[in-house]
Design a protein around this ligand. Structure first.
Ligand SMILES: Nc1ncnc2c1ncn2[C@@H]1O[C@H](COP(=O)(O)OP(=O)(O)OP(=O)(O)O)[C@@H](O)[C@H]1O
Length: 626
């Protein structure tokens, strides 16, 4: 189900975008080659426009008390008797566990009835308590059932999959076990977790059973491909990743279990359960996210042990998840994780795949930092920052966009073109495939457009961090939060306040914020510098990184831009490199085969200018910013 609160919404909601695109070209969807009509929950769209005020746990408690609803305080949720249990539902009045079956998320107020699986927003709950909910509304509250075509597909795959030990050829079985690292996992464990193997796809199949009636709700297929000495795993889920909320292993958890090991992979869950005997659950999308919809299922545990991996990203994910689960009951199984964090390469952050020069200077994209990005009007700031953020997003950096200047539909169209590296209008046969892949990106958009208050933007960001584990927010651009102050002193004070708020947000939430700020008016023939950023020096002081899109076309002719890193708090490397704009794909990234043309300018007390490392084509003399 799409969760649409406080102005942030997932990409799938932009699906009418497809309609817009095709509509503009006058092509009805049914004419698009290879397209099968999809069902969209368009009715969800109007709800986006309703701003929902941020909620506190105190307010939820007060409301419940005021309406005489008893409740128990849990780790992430409040528990109350469910008004959504119909007469046909099994009720066990003697047990608080079943009679208090409504779980209300303490942060968002969103609820889940564990008996009927009804779920909805805090407003839906209030409407129901106050008798404002009609029958149809309550029907809509029920967890969305899988789409018919998904049900068919799930059934078809599950029926064709067989237990590993039933493979007719022992060699094939042995190879499969080796590929998936299952040589020590017993048939008994595989049976216990109902794991099967799909021969034609050479994939393991992990089932998702409904906690309500143990009906099959979905599947995850795990394929393995040999890659050099290692193995590369490919995951496919039905339904799509955004709706795949399976805590693998849940049916095996007993009500009396008070401890659980949370793993990022199903395979780890099998091995750990077999070797330790402890209850284990695997997260549906590994370290990418912990959807709050799963929190109620974890309330019963007094101790939650993370086994997510021993790299920095897993450690950071564990920290983020522990915030939601209540850190008091969370622990890490492996202490050596801490040792790994000193590993310089990892601490450097997520590298861009399309901008090797940016990696050489910034060493990657790190959580909790503030990046300020500027460039002349119309120079392509939005287009560049779109690709820069998309690059990270394709690598699992959950991203929230605040695009106040251009509409989300327009922005998404630019992004889809950049993602596919070409205009899809010209290759309609590929359109469906790219659009499908694009929809699965962990990409979210604020619904705001035009002037916004900083408070509502920060609230939305906070919410997105909690609900979608967002770790990169792009704000394009800051001028849209500065109100209508006429006096320049007021504008500067307003900007300083806003920059301070974003800085604090980035630090407090360990979330990277990229802030686009216009430059002040300067002579056209002058290059921009850090000091050219609009407002006081506060923006560049607070920023960890300052990036400038230089659009001087003096040296290499039309279309050429340069990206200058003029501040780099992480290790001080600053410099400049050319960007090549490709009008067809709307990308700035350097084609993979061309040489690096980075010009590093090291700020070593005196402004020591290093020689460009290779292929100087297009390199420009630069002054280092101090
Ligand atoms: N290097 C380039 N060469 C030619 N056209 C470009 C280049 N970069 C971007 N464009 C095009 O210029 C237009 C404006 O780009 P964009 O909106 O990204 O600029 P911007 O700097 O964000 O603008 P603003 O200052 O108004 O916010 C777009 O149509 C984009 O496709």
């Amino acid at each position: 189900m799409w969760v649409l609160l406080r102005g942030a919404y997932p990409l799938r909601i932009l699906l009418p975008l497809r309609g817009v695109w095709m509509g503009r070209r006058g092509l009805p969807r049914s004419l698009v080659p290879g397209s099968s009509r999809r069902r969209y929950r368009k009715e969800a769209l109007p709800a986006l426009e309703i701003p929902v005020l941020p909620l506190t746990t105190t307010e939820i408690r007060q409301y419940l008390r005021a309406h005489g609803i008893p409740f128990q305080d849990g780790y992430s949720c409040l528990r109350a008797p469910s008004p959504f249990v119909g007469s046909s539902e099994p009720k066990d009045q003697t047990s608080a566990a079943t009679s208090f079956s409504l779980f209300i998320d303490k942060t968002t107020g969103r609820f889940l009835c564990m008996t009927s699986l009804a779920e909805g927003s805090w407003e839906d709950f209030q409407a129901s308590v106050e008798g404002r909910g009609d029958g149809a509304r309550e029907g809509a509250l029920l967890t969305e059932a899988p789409e018919a075509k998904d049900i068919e597909e799930i059934r078809r795959i599950w029926d064709r999959a067989i237990p590993l030990w039933e493979l007719p050829d022992p060699e094939e079985a042995q190879l499969a076990r080796m590929m998936f690292g299952l040589t020590k996992v017993t048939d008994e464990t595989l049976r216990h977790f109902s794991v099967r193997y799909l021969r034609p796809a050479r994939s393991l199949v992990f089932p998702w059973f409904s906690p309500r009636d143990l009906g099959l709700r979905g599947l995850k297929l795990l394929g393995a491909e040999g890659q050099g000495d290692g193995v590369h795993y490919v995951e496919t889920t039905i339904p799509r990743p955004g709706a795949y909320h399976n805590l693998f292993g849940l049916p095996l958890i007993s009500r009396r279990d008070v401890e659980v090991v949370l793993t990022s992979r199903e395979l780890d869950s099998l091995a750990l359960n077999q070797s330790t005997g402890l209850p284990t659950l695997a997260l549906p999308r590994g370290t990418i996210c912990l959807p709050p919809a799963l929190l109620p299922y974890l309330e019963q545990f007094r101790r939650i042990v993370f086994w997510l991996g021993d790299d920095l990203r897993s450690w950071e994910a564990a920290k983020l998840f522990a915030r939601k689960l209540n850190p008091k009951r969370c622990s890490l199984l492996r202490e050596e994780v801490l040792g790994e964090i000193s590993n310089v390469e990892q601490a450097a952050g997520v590298p861009w795949s399309r901008f090797p020069d940016l990696n050489r200077l910034l060493k990657g994209h790190r959580k909790g930092e503030l990046t300020v990005f500027t460039g002349p009007t119309g120079s392509g700031k939005t287009t560049f920052i779109s690709e820069y953020a998309l690059d990270l997003c394709t690598q699992g950096v959950n991203t929230l966009w605040g695009s106040f200047e251009i509409s989300n539909v327009r922005l998404a169209r630019v992004m889809l073109t950049q993602f596919a590296m070409g205009r899809l209008e010209e290759q309609l046969d590929k359109y469906e495939e790219w659009a499908d892949r694009f929809e699965d990106l962990p990409l979210y958009f604020m619904t705001f457009h035009g002037q916004q208050s900083i408070r509502s933007v920060i609230d939305t960001m906070q919410h997105a961090v909690y609900v979608y584990d967002v770790c990169h927010v792009v704000i394009d651009n800051l001028q849209f939060m500065m109100g209508h102050e006429q006096l320049s002193t007021d504008r500067i004070a307003a900007q300083d306040y806003i920059v301070g708020a974003f800085r604090k947000f980035a630090t407090d939430n360990n979330c990277h914020v990229t802030l686009v700020i216009h430059p002040r008016k300067e002579d056209d023939d002058k290059e921009l510098q850090t000091a050219s950023i609009f407002g006081s020096a506060k923006a560049s002081q607070e920023a960890d990184n300052v990036l400038i899109l230089q659009d001087r076309k003096l040296v290499t002719g039309p279309g050429k831009r340069y990206l200058q890193v003029s501040k780099n708090r992480f290790d001080g490397d600053v410099g400049v490199f050319p960007l090549e704009f490709n009008k067809n794909s709307l990308t700035f990234s350097i084609p993979p085969k061309s040489k690096a043309r980075l010009k590093k300018i090291k700020d070593d007390n005196g402004l020591v200018v290093k020689k460009p490392s290779s292929g100087k084509k297009g390199a420009m003399p630069q002054n280092s910013e101090t």
